[in-house]
Design a protein around this ligand. Sequence first.
Ligand code: NDP
Length: 332
Amino acid sequence: MKDSIVFDADLSPLRGTTLAVVGYGNQGSAQAKILRASGLDVIVGNVRDSYWEKAERDGFKVYDIPEAVERAQGALLLVPDEVMPQVFKEKVEPSIKGKDDFLLDFASGYNVAFGFVRPPSNADVVMVAPRMIGWGVTELHSKGMGYPVLVGVEQDASGAAWERALALAKGVGAIGLPGGVAVKSSFQEEALLDLMSEHTWVPVLFAAIKACFDVAVEEYGVSPAAALLEFYASGELAEIAQLMAQEGIFEQMKHHSTTSQYGTLTRFYKYYDQVRELVEGEAAQIWSGEFAREWSLEQQAGTPVFSRLWRLARESSMSKEEHELYRALKRR
Ligand code: NDP
């Protein structure tokens, strides 16, 4: 366990390396600024639009993606996962041809793990995947704090890929600061963990909340506003999540009444086997690449299922009541 957790690293494997941050969005803008503050040489690659202008306003030299990669010895690929395969094939790969030991960094394992991006064998292929949105990264760094990342090495062409990956984790402000930790992992593990949350407890939570709303309103005559405020609109859910992160999933229960603790523990053990079976099925579909193929085909078809399900969700009575309540509360 201890070997897989790293709290600090040496930046020297990246000194003298020009790093191209490709994509100046959520993660790109946050990571580029922190890398520069860490004293590293950073340029930005983007398409010519408002993100390009923002990067220039933030004081970076900005180039079209192929030129930025051409000028660098390493690239942080921070465009959305859906467009990464095409951006990599058309704009990154041609610019690293013939360059030995080029450092390719991904912030998520998905495309490499499932074979949508296949980097050349003479490149170092690493992952520094923040467990946090770009805004959170910036916010913590402004307070002198680090944040958790999963780090992985898919290809070690230079023989120093782990050192370079951990140096990147330090450069982007994840480690070497209070609260920061890098966990040694892999592209495959990161993709599995990321998708497991998205395919299990998040939708099960959404389904449970919607079922609670529907039953309370339709079968017990509860007012929609009371149900929404109880189930999520009050923000209590966010407080519980914060306490889970700070104190632990079971320990935080001490903040709730004993009636609440008894109800939660009895039902937790009652449903565990059923939920575990569901999780095993979803994890198997992720690990085998079945989900990645499903999503790829859905995108190729123009996302008909995705669009229909979004419509269904927006048209549900819960969404309509939420709209009314949020307008009354001036949240919309
Ligand atoms: P964003 O959606 O914020 O990235 C937008 C950037 O990608 C912009 O610079 C945009 O430029 C560029 N871009 C979008 N489409 C294209 C395209 N077709 N060609 C070229 N550039 C394009 O992405 P995120 O920061 O959210 O995600 C980046 C990576 O970080 C992903 O791998 C993601 O999984 C990972 N990650 C994201 C987290 C998050 O909080 N969002 C958390 C942890 C990891 P323009 O619009 O100008 O074309």
